[in-house]
Design a protein around this ligand. Structure first.
Ligand SMILES: Nc1ncnc2c1ncn2[C@@H]1O[C@H](COP(=O)(O)OP(=O)(O)OP(=O)(O)O)[C@@H](O)[C@H]1O
Length: 311
């Protein structure tokens, strides 16, 4: 496998009994970028991340992370990679400072280095005023900042983030992404799983997963250019009736109500007259136009319309 990438997998597979959670994944994650895993609940994002970190054994396939063979060299990877899980993995009964000091001890930092690093991280992640507060009493956004501070304490070259923003408000999510870009600016590679389209849009590269399989991989721009479907915007006073009519029409891959309008994904732009005719025949007045492709369209097209669980 090439060494240009931070992560490469070949036919990575994990079975639980008869169930295949991760199915022959071939991934290439470039260094110094944000690489996103996008997919609905249960599509295998966490299972894949746990195998990449060396926390779970693959059933089949090869993994190379930072030029190390995983799981064989998982111990060496622990010193060079950070991992932030979707569930709060800090000590609730320790203060913010004590949590950071505890992790510093695990990494074997000297007392002086610990003091300096804890100070730096409290400053960088706006935890100074909270340093003596018990972690269990922090708000969702504050806990997330502390979790990120502990995950980067050892200045990892690679950071795994498993749905890191699932428990925080939109403003905290935006702030968090600013912090992630600050890390890539400093050369860190990030692998982030998400089911939010707006977060996926921010990634340099994306992998779209469904039922453990890789459905598409590339930059958001490339994936949009290659979508192979055309989105239409239908503005009508009767969106629900229009939806029923259009869902039954040949060439319509998906049809979703967005506020008062409908977003309809059709196989080609030639479909436009047929959509207009179908609505007219049912006496539904409305305006139908081609609109710009977004990532949700890419996701729907890549997963053949099975969007259960994605938001
Ligand atoms: N230890 C296990 N034993 C049996 N099945 C498992 C185990 N771990 C995961 N699975 C199953 O594998 C599938 C993938 O789970 P995984 O947690 O990787 O999905 P995910 O994409 O991360 O979803 P979520 O967004 O809900 O975390 C699920 O159907 C899950 O039930």
């Amino acid at each position: 496998m090439s060494t240009d990438n931070a992560i490469e997998t070949h036919d990575l597979t994990r079975r639980f009994g008869d169930f295949t959670a991760v199915d022959h994944l071939n991934l290439s994650v470039p260094r110094g970028q944000v690489y996103g895993f996008l997919g609905p609940n249960g599509c295998g994002k966490s299972t894949t991340i746990r195998m990449l970190c060396g926390l779970l054994l693959p059933s089949e396939g090869d993994i190379r992370v930072l030029d190390l063979d995983i799981p064989k060299q998982a111990e060496a990877l622990k010193r060079r990679a950070g991992y932030m899980t979707q569930t709060f993995s800090l000590y609730r009964d320790l203060t913010v400072r004590e949590n950071l000091e505890f992790v510093a001890r695990l990494f074997g930092l000297s007392r002086q280095h610990t003091r300096q690093r804890v100070e730096e991280l409290c400053h960088r992640y706006q935890l100074e005023a909270l340093a003596s507060q018990l972690a269990g009493t922090l708000s969702g956004g504050q806990k997330q900042r502390l979790a990120l501070a502990t995950a980067v304490l050892n200045q990892p070259e690679l950071l795994f983030l498993d749905e890191p923003t699932s428990a925080v408000d939109p403003q905290s999510r935006r702030d968090f992404w600013d912090e992630l870009f600050a890390l890539t600016d400093a050369g860190t590679t990030l692998l982030v799983s998400t089911h939010y389209m707006d977060e996926a849009e921010r990634c340099h590269q994306l992998a779209i997963l469904q039922r453990g399989r890789l459905m598409a991989q590339g930059s958001p721009e490339r994936l949009k250019a290659d979508v192979g479907a055309t989105p239409l915007l239908v503005v009508t006073a009767a969106p629900r009736k229009a939806q029923t009519v259009l869902q039954a029409l040949d060439g319509v891959r998906s049809c979703a109500q967005i506020g008062a309008s409908l977003r309809v994904l059709v196989t080609s732009p030639d479909q436009l007259p047929a959509v207009r005719d179908a609505l007219r025949k049912e006496g539904i007045e409305g305006k139908v136009d081609i609109t710009d492709v977004n990532l949700e369209d890419v996701f729907v097209a890549a997963t053949h319309g099975h969007t259960e669980g994605a938001s």
